[in-house]
Design a protein around this ligand. Structure first.
Ligand code: ACO
Length: 323
């Protein structure tokens, strides 16, 4: 039997930081409204020379450094993104080339904000199925490029960035006391896709389009969806909220994070929060938050870490990892 162990983690952020106050000059909003409704204080915005591929590459290199590995050690890349450099080929293959990898294989995964949770679940199956030994699982986004900068209900919420982990196959069954991915649960519901979508695409409008969201509707569904998959993961692993060392939720809105933790009975001091620093970075949000938590000295080897995300589709999911 094989299990998937986290061997390294890294992240990358665009140089430019945009504070809430800057939006006061663009749309009818205030720093106070944004902080109170979302918990966001700033976000990073990609400059022209910074792309999903360049940020993903930088995060991947940082993860490889922390693992003490080189690109030659990697046999597979999954990139979770909804903002690829091009419609095709997959941005993952561009990252493969940028890293100087001549072997292995790479592909993109699209589940919007749940992308990283979907990608780590998929990666774990490839490892357990014997298809890969060491892989990069990356979440990288440049949502600033698909925002309608005149729409105050969406443009204040998102940011750009990337995070990556190196997963490695180790002998032994996935078990609660062992390091590695222990359990996961994924869901989607396409009947809700008009709540959060992009109004363009190659096969419909031949354009890239802009993000559209019925924020209140997303908010209404969020806590229920999140707790549904987390309870499934708890059941699969035979644990309760008290057993968790760290909760790393998707960083979309502080109020959703707090309400989910409260409903699940997860203590406040176990919740990793970075939404204030990065805004919602979609598929990059969970690996970025993980990376910050490791840097802060919060998450340590052997800790039981619960990841969760929800986003457009709707898609949602949770993963339990012994770090
Ligand atoms: N500044 C000032 N006022 C604003 C702004 C703004 N930036 N945006 C909206 N408002 C106004 C609205 O127009 C509305 O005014 P009205 O009452 O006159 O109509 C009022 O504020 C309240 O609007 P609501 O939408 O009810 O505000 P709410 O408290 O729901 O907060 C928010 C909005 C922050 C978008 C919230 O609904 C939310 O976080 N939703 C979930 C988003 C999310 O989690 N997304 C995750 C997935 S993301 C992905 O998959 C890509």
């Amino acid at each position: 039997m094989t299990r998937s162990v986290v061997r390294g983690i890294g992240s990358a952020l665009p140089r430019r930081i945009m504070k809430n106050a800057e939006f006061e000059k663009l749309v009818d909003t205030t720093d106070e409204w944004i902080v109170q409704r979302t918990g966001i204080r700033q976000r990073h915005i990609a400059s022209e020379d910074e792309t999903t591929a360049s940020l993903g590459e930088a995060a991947a290199r940082a993860a490889l450094d922390s693992a003490g590995l080189t690109p030659a050690d990697i046999d597979m890349i999954i990139l979770a993104t909804s903002t690829p450099n091009n419609t095709f080929p997959a941005t993952a293959v561009e990252i493969q080339e940028r890293l100087g990898m001549s072997g292995g294989f790479a592909f993109d995964m699209q589940a919007v904000c749940s992308g990283f949770v979907y990608a780590i679940t998929t990666a774990d199956l490839y490892i357990r199925g014997g298809q890969a030994k060491r892989m990069l699982v990356i979440g990288s986004e440049t949502f600033s490029r698909i925002l309608d900068w005149n729409d105050r209900t969406t443009c204040v919420l998102f940011g750009d960035g990337a995070g990556a982990v190196v997963l490695e196959a180790e002998d032994g069954e996935a078990a609660l006391e062992q390091r590695g991915v222990i359990a996961s649960s994924l869901r989607s519901d396409g009947s809700q896709r008009d709540k959060l979508y992009v109004d363009g695409g190659p096969s419909t409008t031949c354009t890239v389009g802009h993000l559209r969201m019925q924020g209140r509707e997303v908010f209404k569904h969020a806590v229920g969806m999140i707790t549904d998959v987390i309870e499934d993961v708890f059941d699969k692993a035979g644990i309760t909220a008290e057993d968790i060392d760290w909760f790393v939720p998707h960083q979309a809105n502080r109020r959703i994070i707090d309400a989910s933790a409260k409903k699940l009975g997860i203590a406040e001091e176990k919740v990793v929060v970075t939404v204030d620093l990065h805004g919602n970075t979609s598929a990059a949000s969970v690996p970025l938050a993980l990376s910050v938590a490791v840097e802060r000295g919060q998450i340590k080897k052997g800790d039981l870490v619960l990841l969760e995300a929800m986003g457009g589709g709707f898609t949602w999911g949770a993963v339990l990892v012994r770090w």
